[in-house]
Design a protein. Structure first.
Lengths: 519, 298
């Protein structure tokens, strides 16, 4: 259908191309046979400008792409050839060399298809090369000439704007995302449409405005959680103070259900934060269709079989991992004890400073990763510990191996630790819980208070903390953790200083000795 | 490195131990305080894979008995044994660990640090085996006869139907010493051994005062109420909620009608006051029957 419409609009394209060549005067294939298009390659979360040069020479017809293309980029040859043919444009029977400059940078992916096709069309005088020079282009070609979206449109758009190019020719699906990047998108559905636009024959059909941001109603709501008063309270504290949360307990006590409701009570992202998260999700190619802006704190829950690079980022052209995708949101590690130890240890850097450095010989790439970590774990490998109905069958050796998997260094990152036993009574059918929206309003107020000025500790609160260090065996780190949590609790209570009651409550979420060092 | 040893019949060989029908010919010692073997002692033994409840009982019992001046004897094994040693260290008393392997070994290896602390705190690690003897399954029952032999009374905290701790209890009965068993839920496998001991005539242990009474030592607290200075009204209500046994915080929120935040703070207050303990998310009153009624000022 697209092919039809293209043919209708442009009439007999080869004919028009011939006319265009003659109007160029000097003869199409004689003088200038070099044309350029601009596109962008992703390096980490940044887009680097890439100049796509197409050179047509006399000789046996051939087509080569040089400039360190990867496999997907090398295969652009076939898609570009078919795409140009399907758009009823002319494939120049020349020796065609396409160079992607700077040649030293590895080019990954299929986003070079559209700029390569446009550069070849410009070199063969089928589109005006001076007009092409005012645009950046990005997109994958289908064999029938349709333009498909690729990841990273928003960063490419931002880079184009920086380079002084005001317009980005891209797939219609990428247009809302490109608009967020600040450039004027030229949405095209088909290569023929792009050619017609560059010839000045057609204005791009505008894409329908993206729907307003996803309503919060679609996030899982705390209203569905009945009972669990203590866990709900811990969730609220975690959201208000951005404290990492560890939930322990036998399977089926609602640990995961609660964790999934955390994004719904987090303060909403600011515009700048939303753009930052959108950039990451765009580069990773996980933006949901029709929703260009990530307006809510993201929630990521990688399975414990995920590889370490999948969690912290990596690969030959390093891509962000789950930890970076959870930036400004929540990273849930369900069954923390089942994750391989290297993956857990790799998370220590982002938990410390909010970034992940992926080192390569070619350079070092920094990914932001400031997330709220929620871990869940059973109390023993068989899962029966803490469940009065089942008897634990774990040997002492297996039990200690399970607990020792979590290094002290990692456990120390959890400000809030909560053990959720299985309810002894069957009484779980209570009234519906407080909805997320009203919890969120308290969280927002507390977060604002903490950001303005964290409440100071009163004398009596300090005394209590000192006493706890002595009698509960709190470490220096634990002392600092309890202090932070107490400040959040005071902020939630709108108190102007930390009272002993706040410290006492904070102490109830400390690492229990049976999860920490068993010696 | 060399270790001191005491030969049977020699100076410092505990008379209680000599009452066994096959007392060890020689006892190797690690630690300076050889007189710890001569002071009144209580053995606290039990399952290696114990429950959180069991480890809490072992620990607090050892703490209280050590505080009353008794030496706590156990086997340095995982679970109840290790908790008994730790409790005694917390109580500031001496504790004796009896090994089932050569005196130079720390078995299990993870308790090497615990053994070091026992010795440093004026306790002893003892064994009838000289340095270099490997741990072997048949050596542990033999070790258990020494534990029973050294102690005036033996407390079994948690034991399955066929537990090594029951062997210790049998030796103690043969010697005519007091045997206590901590009663447990009749549906729990971990209480099967201890409950059977009670049916066979062992005294059920309800608190440290039972042991002290049997040994003719006056309990200091005298059954009085706990000091609950500075504990607020919510904490008292929560403690009253705990009176009927272990509760999870969510239950207490519902039964007291207090806010989850208030209950959490109250539970920590009670923990700091020594009136409640937590394990695996469940809170228990620290001592049975000693909680004051709500509203009474402490």
């Amino acid at each position: 259908m697209l092919r039809e419409s293209a043919a209708i609009r442009h009439g007999s394209v080869p004919e028009s191309a011939r006319r265009r060549r003659s109007s160029c005067g000097s003869g199409a294939y004689r003088g200038e046979v070099l044309a350029r298009a601009t596109t962008h390659a992703l390096v980490g979360l940044d887009a680097r400008p890439i100049e796509v040069e197409a050179h047509l020479q006399r000789g046996v017809p051939a087509f080569a792409i040089v400039g360190l293309p990867d496999k997907a980029c090398q295969e652009a040859k076939e898609r570009v050839r078919s795409g140009i043919a399907s758009a009823e444009l002319e494939w120049p029977l020349r020796r065609i060399t396409v160079n992607l400059a700077p040649a030293g940078l590895r080019k990954e992916g299929s986003g070079f298809d559209l700029p390569i096709a446009l550069a070849i069309l410009a070199a063969s005088r089928q589109v005006p090369f001076d007009r092409l020079a005012l645009h950046a282009a990005l997109g994958e070609l289908a064999l029938d000439g349709r333009v498909r979206p690729v990841r990273g449109a928003i960063v490419a758009a931002e880079a184009a704007l920086q380079a002084g190019l005001g317009r980005l020719i891209c797939a219609a699906e990428s247009a809302p995302e490109a608009a967020l990047g600040g450039v004027e998108p030229v949405p095209v559905r088909h290569l023929a449409e792009a050619a017609a636009y560059l010839r000045g024959r057609a204005e791009p059909r505008p894409v329908e405005a993206p729907p307003a941001v996803l309503p919060a109603v679609l996030l899982p709501d705390l209203r569905d959680v009945r009972g669990q008063e203590r866990a709900r309270r811990a969730l609220e504290i975690a959201a208000a103070g951005r404290h990492n949360l560890l939930l322990g307990g036998p399977p089926g006590t609602g640990k995961t259900m609660l964790a999934r409701r955390l994004p719904g009570i987090l303060p909403p992202l600011t515009r700048a934060e939303a753009l930052e998260v959108t950039r990451i999700h765009s580069v990773a190619g996980v933006l949901p269709a029709g929703q260009p802006l990530v307006a809510h704190p993201p929630f990521r829950a990688p399975h414990h079989t995920a590889s370490t690079p999948a969690i912290v980022g990596g690969g030959p052209g390093p891509r962000p991992g789950e930890a970076t995708l959870a930036h400004r949101g929540v990273l849930l590690l369900d069954e923390l004890g089942e994750f391989p130890r290297p993956s857990l240890e790799a998370l220590r850097q982002p938990l410390e400073d909010g970034t992940i450095a992926v080192a390569r010989i070619a350079g070092r790439i920094l990914f932001p990763a400031r997330f709220l970590l929620v871990g869940t774990m059973n109390l023993c490998p068989c899962g029966a510990r803490g469940d009065p109905a089942v008897e634990c069958s774990c040997s002492p050796a297996r039990l200690s191996a399970y607990r020792e998997k979590l290094s002290r260094a990692l456990l120390d990152r959890f400000d809030l630790v909560l053990t959720m036993p299985r309810a002894r009574s069957r009484e779980v059918a209570g009234p519906a819980g407080e909805p997320s929206a009203s919890v969120a309003s308290r969280v927002i107020r507390a977060a604002e208070r903490l950001a303005a000025a964290p409440p100071p500790a009163s004398e009596t609160a300090r005394d209590l903390l000192t006493r706890a260090v002595d009698s509960l065996g709190l470490s220096a780190r634990g002392h600092a953790r309890v202090g932070r949590v107490a400040a959040t609790i005071a902020a939630l209570a709108a108190a102007d200083r930390i009272d002993p009651a706040h410290v006492a409550e904070a102490l109830s979420y400390r690492s229990p000795s049976d999860l920490a060092l068993a010696a | 490195m060399t270790w001191a040893s005491i030969g049977r019949g020699g100076h410092g060989y505990p008379a209680l131990l000599a009452q066994l029908h096959d007392p060890p010919a020689r006892l190797w010692l690690r630690g300076e305080a050889a007189d710890a073997l001569l002071r009144p002692a209580v053995a606290i033994v039990g399952a290696r894979s114990c429950s959180a409840y069991g480890s809490q009982v072992a620990r607090s019992l050892a703490r209280d008995l050590a505080g009353a001046g008794l030496v706590v004897v156990s086997g340095l094994a995982r679970g109840i044994d290790a908790e008994a040693h730790r409790g005694a260290l917390e109580g500031g008393g001496a504790t004796v660990a009896v090994l089932g392997c050569g005196i130079d070994r720390d078995y299990p290896a993870r308790h090497a640090e615990l053994a070091r602390r026992i010795v440093a705190a004026g306790g002893l690690v003892v064994s009838e085996y000289e340095a270099g003897v490997e741990p072997a399954p048949w050596r542990f029952p033999a070790r258990n006869r020494i534990i029973a032999g050294l102690a005036l009374a033996t407390v079994v905290v948690e034991a399955r139907e066929r537990s090594g701790a029951l062997i210790t209890a049998d030796f103690a009965l043969e010697l005519g010493r007091e045997v206590f068993a901590v009663p447990g839920e009749i549906t729990s496998g971990l209480a099967a051994g201890t409950n059977r001991l009670i049916r066979q005539g062992a005294a059920p242990l309800l608190g440290d005062e039972d042991v002290l009474f049997a040994l003719g030592i006056e309990a200091e607290t005298g059954g009085g109420s706990l000091e609950l200075d500075g504990v607020g009204e919510p904490a008292r209500r929560v403690l009253a909620g705990l009176a009927d046994g272990p509760r999870e915080p969510d239950d207490l929120v519902r039964s007291t009608g207090l806010d989850a935040a208030v209950v959490a703070a109250a539970l920590v207050e009670l923990e700091l006051a020594g009136a409640a303990v937590e394990a695996e998310g469940i809170y228990r009153p620290a001592r049975r029957g000693r909680a004051p009624p709500p509203g009474r000022s402490g």
